[in-house]
Ligand binder design. Sequence first.
Ligand SMILES: [Zn+2]
Length: 234
Amino acid sequence: MPYYGFGYGFGIDPAYLLLVVVSLVLGMATQGYINSTYRTWSKVKGDGASGADVARRMLDANGCGRVGIKSTAGHLTDHYDPRDNSLYLSGENLSGGSVASIAVACHEAGHAVQRQSGYFMMRVRSALVPVVNLSQSMWMLVFIMGVALNIAGLTTLAIVLFAFSVLFQIVTLPVELDASRRAVDYIRASGMSELNVRGARKVLTAAALTYVAAALTSILQLVYLLGRTDRSRD
Ligand SMILES: [Zn+2]
């Protein structure tokens, strides 16, 4: 029986424990950083307009007049949904006018602009969505079956499926960075104060770090899985 380590019920593997600890620390550190940065800049008033107002202006200025702006429940749950081509902004960012609210609203508008302009990495990411939905729900089951039945082909298939999730996380990075760049560029070009520009950059950099941490964690997990499989063949 190959030794796949802690987490799959086949003994405790120090390398896996280290991976779990590193992932947790990275995740908690970046989450804490975005929360505190957001909190800081949500206390700083913008130029009087709400997040939705500025996002609307950014959309209109970029030929996205048909993109809707809707509200969504929760804290920092803001996102762009390509299915109905709408921005979903949380209450505080929709009607709030802080520097942080404007930054987040414009970041989501940046995703709509990416779609409108046919931004290449956005198209790659969208094409990966159905594959990733399948691979994320399947890989663990296939992996456990491969280990339990001792079928190398199944564990290899599981790792290939998992690799699609990793690829997705990596492709997400330039998409997120580009949306933030578009947001900061718009905030600057629209003549808002330097404080707005600086705050937007801080908030969106902190948000980007959470995506970097997620990608790094999944890369480490892939390396670990590959290492385990290699060793079990020796
Ligand atoms: Zn985004």
